[in-house]
Design a protein around this ligand. Structure first.
Ligand code: TYM
Length: 334
């Protein structure tokens, strides 16, 4: 608890361009939950270097991502929006937790297996221990809840196992976090291959809608979306392309998939795709305008970065000192 509120932690990587999947699966829920919890939203730049990055591009993308957090509606005076690399406690706790995590557990992580298969020339130890750093992010702030898309569920389960293991040995040190996975939008699929999740790293740019795509591009990508030859708009597994478009439309318009099926009863795919495109544009346009406005206010964003890094460091240090004491590190002499 901080200021009488439960704590929320989540983060996003500044790798590649953010997609509509990141927005509908995570960022949108962050905004909805932000009043109820004391929130920490990190730009997890330390996670990004598990894959080779161009330094200037990473720095630029990290800043853009922080700006997107604010533009999406997270008030930076209330929510702690900060860069992971500005708070050294993440790395320090990660080391301690790695001594309480088993190789077998990390070997089972599907994201590691996927990334290792895609980056065979660079299967570094950071890629392998990535879920431990993620556990440290969450446990450092004693988070009660972690809003994520379905693809992060396995990492959350590991975080809970690590926290429980540590608590069993040393008493109630960590809050055991619960994942929060939204009802709609938790897994947005590629528009070109609805069996794959929409991803920043997709080689086919038509598969993903990027948050900063302009209106024409969004409409074009929606029109090109892969569907099927059934010709009916129904929400079912046998029509994964149409189902994905219904998910996108529902999440953008705040409707249930059943409402959408009723709304488009008897209409054709062409009409529906156009409506999906317009719904996405109605969400992205105000966000893009706000990003542009914030980019011109350098002093304000700089201040947010400095103040929030201090706030996050303060809370991180509290947990870290407690953990260091529990494992037997010598107490600091004031
Ligand atoms: P990342 O950066 O890949 O994704 C950020 C968030 O977006 C969600 N997401 C999706 N949701 C729905 N449909 C999709 N197609 C889709 N693609 C991505 C992800 O589930 C995530 O919530 N390891 C994390 C970042 C991280 C983190 C953390 C998250 C680091 N430490 C601590 C929570 C708590 C990641 O790579 O997310």
């Amino acid at each position: 608890m901080i200021n009488g509120k439960k704590v929320l932690f989540s983060g996003m990587q500044a790798t590649g361009n953010l997609t509509l999947g990141n927005y509908l699966g995570a960022l949108k829920n962050w905004v909805t939950l932000s009043d109820e919890y004391e929130c920490f939203y990190s730009v997890v730049d330390m996670h990004s270097i598990t894959i080779r990055q161009d330094p200037a591009t990473l720095r630029q993308r990290a800043r853009k991502l922080l700006t997107i957090y604010i533009a999406a509606g997270l008030d930076p005076k209330v929510n702690c929006l900060y860069y992971q690399s500005h708070v050294s406690g993440h790395a320090e706790l990660s080391w301690i937790l790695s001594c309480f995590t088993y190789m077998g557990e990390l070997n089972r992580m599907t994201q590691f297996k996927d990334k290792a298969a895609r980056h065979g020339d660079n299967i570094n130890a950071g890629l392998f221990t990535y879920p431990v750093l993620m556990a440290a992010d969450i446990l450092l702030y004693q988070a009660d809840v972690v809003p994520v898309g379905i693809d992060q569920k396995q990492h959350l389960e590991l975080t809970r196992d690590i926290a429980e293991r540590f608590n069993n040995l040393y008493g109630d040190v960590f809050t055991v976090p619960e994942p929060y996975i939204g009802k709609v939008g938790a897994k947005i699929m590629s528009l070109q291959d609805p069996s794959k999740k929409m991803s920043k790293s997709d080689e086919n740019p038509n598969g993903s809608i990027y948050l900063l795509d302009d209106a024409d591009t969004v409409i074009r990508k929606c029109k090109k979306a892969v569907t099927d030859s059934e010709g009916v708009i129904l929400y079912r597994e046998e029509q994964p392309g149409v189902k994905n478009l219904i998910d996108i439309y529902s999440a953008c318009m705040g409707k249930t998939p059943e409402d959408v099926v009723r709304e488009f009863d008897g209409r054709g795919y062409g009409d529906f795709k156009m409506a999906v495109g317009e719904a996405v544009v109605s969400v992205l346009k105000p966000l893009q305008e706000e990003v542009a406005r914030l980019e011109s206010d350098k002093a304000f964003v700089d201040l947010i970065i400095r103040e929030n890094a201090e706030k996050a460091s303060y809370h991180a240090a509290k947990t870290l000192r407690k953990v260091q004491k529990k494992v037997g590190f010598p107490v600091r002499i004031p």
